[in-house]
Design a protein around this ligand. Structure first.
Ligand SMILES: Nc1nc2c(ncn2[C@@H]2O[C@H](COP(=O)(O)OP(=O)(O)OP(=O)(O)O)[C@@H](O)[C@H]2O)c(=O)[nH]1
Ligand SMILES: [Mg+2]
Length: 199
């Protein structure tokens, strides 16, 4: 049976919480995306950022922070942003962090030598979703081609073609400069809210 994901409704607190997970291979720029978002938002919209067990730039469990995005019919809308550890042997952590996700930003590494890592991690992500009872078809995912400043780089469209996922929303970014980062967050938020409306 395919489980429907639901955001976390908290009538007592009058808030709706959506969970967004930044997924992707090791070193693709997931933590860099979150750090930029955290720096960019003013205090009114964000909570503290939690960066757990980071050693030499690698995420060993997860990064997290909450974002507030105004109110809808008296409910405050919150997004909880998480990153997963991209190193291949942290599969168990990825599985735990993905639980209850309402949407995913897949941060791909545009360097040509990363083609296989991107494909492998995307497939692992889909297997992970299925293990949580979620059908990857129709689940909100934005594909972010990060590191567009690197050369030689993957041409746009190659991952969608290799993975058979044509039609998914795509962004380009240079997370270290913040380019494309907020646009990616806007896109995934929109995807999640649109889906929530029709559920
Ligand atoms: N040139 C370039 N470097 C980037 C870009 N985004 C991130 N980086 C660099 O890539 C390295 C890895 O970035 P992280 O954000 O730590 O990668 P991650 O995806 O969180 O990696 P894990 O936690 O190991 O899964 C860092 O040195 C970043 O500065 C980019 O757009 N261009
Ligand atoms: Mg990281």
């Amino acid at each position: 049976m395919v489980k429907r994901t639901m955001p976390h409704l908290d009538p007592a607190e009058k808030q709706i919480v959506f969970k967004i997970v930044y997924f992707g291979p090791g070193m693709s720029g997931k933590t860099t995306n979150l750090l930029f978002i955290h720096r960019t938002l003013t205090d009114r919209y964000k909570g503290d950022m939690l960066v757990l067990d980071t050693e030499k730039e690698r995420t060993l469990f997860f990064d997290f922070f909450p974002v507030s995005l105004g109110t809808v019919q008296g409910y405050s809308l919150k997004f909880h942003l998480y990153t997963i550890p991209g190193q291949i042997y942290y599969e168990a952590s990825r599985r735990i962090i993905l639980e209850g996700a309402d949407g995913i930003v897949f941060v791909a590494d545009s360097r040509v030598e990363c083609l296989e890592d991107n494909i492998q991690m995307y497939r692992l992500m889909n297997e992970n979703l299925v293990s949580h009872g979620i059908d990857p078809d129709g689940f909100p995912v934005v594909l972010q081609y990060n590191k567009r400043d690197c050369n030689p780089r993957l041409r746009l469209g190659i991952l969608e073609k290799e993975l058979g996922i044509e039609g998914i929303p795509v962004t380009e970014s240079i997370a270290t400069e913040g380019r494309g980062v907020m646009r990616t967050l806007q896109l995934i938020s929109k995807e999640i809210i649109n889906r929530f409306r029709i559920l």
